[in-house]
Each structure stands twice: as C-alpha cells, then as structure tokens.
Design a protein around this ligand. Structure first.
Ligand code: OAD
Ligand code: ZN
Length: 233
C-alpha cells in the first residue's frame, strides 16, 4: 500500500461533529467509563444506547468538508491509498472514499450480542428492539469499539503500514492506542510520516513532517502537492 492515511475526530470537526478531547468535546460531557466501555453498557444499557442514538441522528444532517473531499480525490488520482479512520461517522463514505477501514466501528451499524450478526442501522435502538436474525429482544448494541475491546481489521492495517511509503495522520490527538502507534510502524517500514493537525499531537515528535492548521485547509493543499507530483511517493 503506497499511502496510508489515519484520520481522527479533528477531520470531522469542521463538519460540526464534536471531537473527544477538545474543550466542549464528548469526553468533557460524558464519562468514558459510562458510555464507551463494556462495563458501562452492562450497568446502564439505555444510557449507552441513547448516547449513540443521538450521535447517529446527527449523521442525517452533517456533510463532508474539504478535507474528506480531498482524500476522496487522492484515491481517485491513484490506486494505492488506504484510509483508516478512528471515526464512527460516515463522512469519508459521503465524500466518496472507497478504500476505507473503520477501525473503531460505525454509528450506522449495530451488532447482536446473542448471535453476533452485524446490521446496518439508521434509526434509534431501544431495549425493546429485536434482532432481525435471532429474534432476541434487548441484545442489540452499537457496533463501536469500546475501551478494552480490540479494534477491527488490525491485520489488514498492520500489513498496509508495513508496506507503505507515506503515512499521513490527520486530526487525531494521539491518545488512543493502537492508532497512536501507527506512525512508528510506518517509520520502521521506511515511510515518510506527516502529521496534519490543528496543534501538535501527543506523538508529534515521531513524525518527520508536521503541518499545523485546520484540516479543511491543510489537507487539500497537501493532497494537491501529492497529485501534482510536487511531493513524490
Ligand atoms: P481527539 O478528540 O482526542 O483529538 C482530536 C484532535 O483533532 C486534536 O488533536 C485537535 O487538536 C484536532 N482538531 C480539532 N479540530 C481540528 C480541525 N478543524 N482540523 C484539524 N485538527 C483538528 O480525537 P481522536 O484522536 O480521534 O475512540 O480520538 C481517538 C479516539 O478516542 C476516538 O476514536 C474515540 C475516542 O475515545 C473510541 O470511541 C473507541
Ligand atoms: Zn441476534
């Protein structure tokens, strides 16, 4: 894989979706232990379902911004791009990106804890919702990776990181592993590494190149440099 792009909440901020760790971010208003852990779901499933219902509803009105659109254009211009997102929104898909891994799951998917079937979901889930496959009531949970759970498709991601020439990290604070460690895998594969973020992330020193600014502004500029051949990868 020539180019691996990792995205986080910062790429969707200009579309109006709250990030996690900025002031007024989701983790300022909710305790991680309550809404983003298997234990929290065991204790109060309704609270957890409602947290994700509200965020799923938001997706009906948000639109991709120039950063998402630029990444879709990058993919159209070359055949060796993989976008790995930590985001659970659908803005990369809305922008047209096809080669995409949702490592932390998707708001528009739910999973039955009884039969493990994953379904598309565009509406609210309640404790009375039934699994369409096994018919059990109250077993549907967000198809979201919570703290303590393994992110999705790690083998595919590792393979891509170990064979990439360019690794771009966009809009992520570098707090959450394994995503925060991808830069090191890419470096050890000999890739050029660049961070495009509003401010230096926790792992900023691990990147060879850093561009700090709003994703909607800096991502289109960087993508154009790649597509025009100014940067050669
Ligand atoms: P964070 O909220 O931790 O970090 C967002 C980053 O985006 C920060 O470094 C901001 O400075 C930056 N940022 C904000 N606005 C921006 C903009 N307009 N342009 C560019 N950058 C901007 O979000 P993540 O790093 O994505 O996991 O968080 C990682 C994971 O932690 C999430 O996937 C989620 C959370 O707990 C799960 O829920 C499993
Ligand atoms: Zn089921």
């Amino acid at each position: 894989m020539g180019i691996v792009v990792l995205t986080g909440a910062g790429i969707s901020a200009e579309s109006g979706i709250a990030t996690f760790r900025d002031a007024n971010g989701l983790w300022a208003e909710h305790r991680v232990e309550d809404v983003a852990t298997p234990d929290g779901y065991e204790r109060n499933p309704l609270l957890v379902l409602d947290f994700y219902n509200k965020r799923r509803r938001e997706l009906k009105s948000v639109k991709p911004n120039p950063a998402h659109l630029a990444l879709a254009k990058l993919e159209q211009g070359r055949d060796d791009v993989l976008v790995v997102t930590q985001n659970v929104d659908n803005l990369h898909e809305q922008a047209g990106t096809k080669s995409l891994i949702h490592m932390h799951g998707e708001l528009n998917k739910i999973r039955c804890t009884e039969c493990e079937t994953v379904f598309d979901c565009y509406d609210d889930i309640t404790l009375a919702s039934k699994c369409e496959k096994c018919g059990t009531e109250g077993t549907l949970r967000p198809h979201i990776v919570w703290f303590g759970e393994m992110p999705f498709m790690m083998d595919e991601i590792s393979y891509a990181l170990h064979s990439c020439e360019l690794f771009i990290s966009i809009g992520t604070s570098g707090n959450v592993y394994p995503a925060a460690g991808f830069v090191q895998s890419a470096r050890s594969a000999g890739a050029h590494t660049v961070e495009l973020n509003l401010e230096p992330s926790l792992g900023a020193s691990m990147f060879k190149e850093k561009v700090h600014g709003k994703a909607g502004e800096v991502v289109p500029v960087y993508v154009n440099k790649i597509l025009s051949g100014e940067l050669e990868f």
